[in-house]
Design a protein. Structure first.
Lengths: 388, 135
């Protein structure tokens, strides 16, 4: 059976050209970039070249990029880094209630260390109201962190507006752009952000590498202490093949992004329309227009997400859910609940995230398969009876 | 490569794909209703009792793969059992009959046991035969 991968927001396959670019750095060009000899300098040159490519993708300068082990580290670095370096100025952080766990859990950690965190509510589409940001600012506020685009329901946040407020108040502004970079245009000057998190494996690069953009002049503590790598901001021997792969992925994304976004938007809208037409009692989660080109998130009433996923997987279709039947908390997605969905609706959510190798046939296949999966599960649902 | 199904045993997947005893029983002798939307699992279990023997059992479940499989399995296990025997069925026995569940899914088997107990209690209450064994 042909497998259909519709979980690109979880991770993407590494682009064959990226793999090709990485390979020499495992073998003949294996040097440590800190070494003086030619092996070292070869590796050093490769990471500096990659740095410029990654910087170009977000209209930044190479020296403003620090490579990390991924998006989670970049978020931790940005938030803890600003918090610890600016403690004398204040202890208040503003974020949203729909952030990735990498941001939310870092903020919760800081709360235990005496910081105060405001988690802004969102509307039914998952949008933060920038007036709420304004109201939340106090003279103790040191950082605002609002994501560029939501990983679960794809909503694109109005962060350029939020930035104006941050600038007026003299507060640092961080955005988690892990889902956005390489998929929609991200320009650090247009957005006005001081810090921006990225991850390679969301844009056809390898896992285990990401980056934090740090605007020149931003005060933050180093993430790891040790050697002098990454301008002393993040010690540890660089992940040379990973960084080279990230650079190649960024280069490819720059070339292909606009055409690919257009293609995916068309497929996305077709899938949304088809699902809502063919299955009753469904709704689109997230904003209909201000959303990532590759994200489809729907809630199907009366059925639970994991059981839909298992049935889809039996048909070769790989997707994702906001139901958390397999997490220890059993609580469904905090993002969907923050948007006002009921627990049942959040447990009945499905995310299809499209990508480079998604075809029209794949979309048609989902539209053929999901209605019968839902019908089968609804026939055994105790919720349906009580509704009718 | 790890098989995509290694989350669940073949037996769990078999019951998930072809659940036994789905539906409701008309005029049941006992109904068990457990779970809640917050944790994402709701089970309804219906039993028909004849001469202190469970002659039929059916279920309706909103929940994950393990919730559906344990519902299916517990209805299979109780059929033909006396009320006393049915009360002995533990969540562990349901999980074992399915060749095990991932640790994180053991709560589904607890739910299945509770649904069964709740259906039996309902039966005993209705039939006025509530005894000391089932609190």
């Amino acid at each position: 059976m042909k497998r259909i991968y519709l979980d690109y927001a979880a991770t993407t396959p590494t682009h064959p050209e990226v793999v090709k670019a990485m390979l020499p750095y495992f073998t003949e060009a294996f040097g440590n970039p800190s070494s003086i000899h030619s092996y070292g300098q070869e590796a050093k040159g490769a990471i500096e070249e990659a740095r410029v490519k990654v910087a170009s993708l977000i209209s930044a300068r190479g020296e403003e990029i620090v490579f990390t082990s991924g998006g989670t580290e970049a978020d931790n670095f940005a938030i803890k880094g600003v918090a610890f370096a600016n403690e004398s100025r204040g202890n208040h952080i503003i974020t949203s209630s729909v952030e990735h766990h990498a941001v939310i859990e870092t903020c919760k950690f800081l709360e235990k260390r005496g910081f105060r965190v405001t988690y802004l509510p969102v509307d039914e589409y998952g949008l933060v109201d920038f007036n709420d940001v304004r109201k939340a600012i106090t003279d103790k506020t040191i950082l605002i962190s609002v994501m560029r685009a939501n990983n679960e329901m794809g909503t694109i946040e109005p962060i350029a507006e939020i930035d104006k407020i941050a600038k007026e108040a003299g507060v640092y502004f961080h955005t988690d752009a892990v889902q956005a970079v390489g998929h929609i245009p991200v320009d650090v000057d247009d957005l006005g952000v001081d810090l921006l998190s990225m991850s390679a494996h969301k844009l056809y690069g390898p896992k285990g590498v990401g980056a934090l953009y740090i605007r020149k002049g931003t005060k933050l503590t180093s993430f790891m202490h040790g050697g002098e790598q990454e301008r002393r901001r993040r010690a540890s021997t660089e992940n040379v093949p990973g960084i080279v792969g990230f650079g190649k992925a960024a280069e490819l994304a720059r070339q292909e992004m606009s055409e690919e976004a257009e293609r995916l938007t068309c497929l996305r809208d077709r899938l949304v329309k088809g699902l809502l037409e063919r299955i009753d009692h469904t709704r689109l989660n997230g904003h209909p227009i201000m959303r990532l080109p590759n994200n489809v998130n729907i809630s199907v009433d009366f059925v639970e997400g994991e059981s839909m996923l298992l049935n889809l997987d039996l048909e070769g279709i790989c997707a994702s859910t906001g139901s958390a039947c397999s997490s220890s908390s059993l609580e469904p997605s905090h993002m969907l609940l923050a948007m006002g969905l009921s627990h049942e609706q959040a447990h009945g959510s499905l995310r299809f995230s499209l990508g480079k190798w998604t075809t029209e046939e794949d979309i048609e296949r989902v539209l053929d398969v999901l209605p019968s999966v839902v019908a089968k599960l609804r026939a055994m649902s105790p919720l349906l009876k009580s509704q009718r | 490569m790890r098989n995509v199904w290694s989350l669940y045993s073949d037996k769990v997947m078999e019951h998930f794909k072809n659940p036994r005893n789905v539906g409701e029983i008309e005029n049941p002798d006992g109904i068990g209703h457990v779970g809640n939307p917050v944790c994402g699992d709701i089970m309804e279990l219906y039993i028909k009792v004849n001469d202190s023997t469970i002659v039929d059992a059916k279920f309706k479940t909103f929940g994950c793969g393990a919730a559906i499989a344990t519902s299916s399995m517990v209805t299979e296990m109780v059929k033909g059992k006396s009320i006393d025997e049915a009360l002995e069925i533990s969540n562990r026995a349901v999980a074992e009959a399915l060749d095990g569940l991932p640790p994180i899914k053991m709560h589904c088997s607890v739910l299945a046991e509770e649904a069964l107990k709740s259906a039996i209690e309902d039966y005993l209450a209705k039939s006025g035969r509530r005894n000391n064994e089932c609190k």
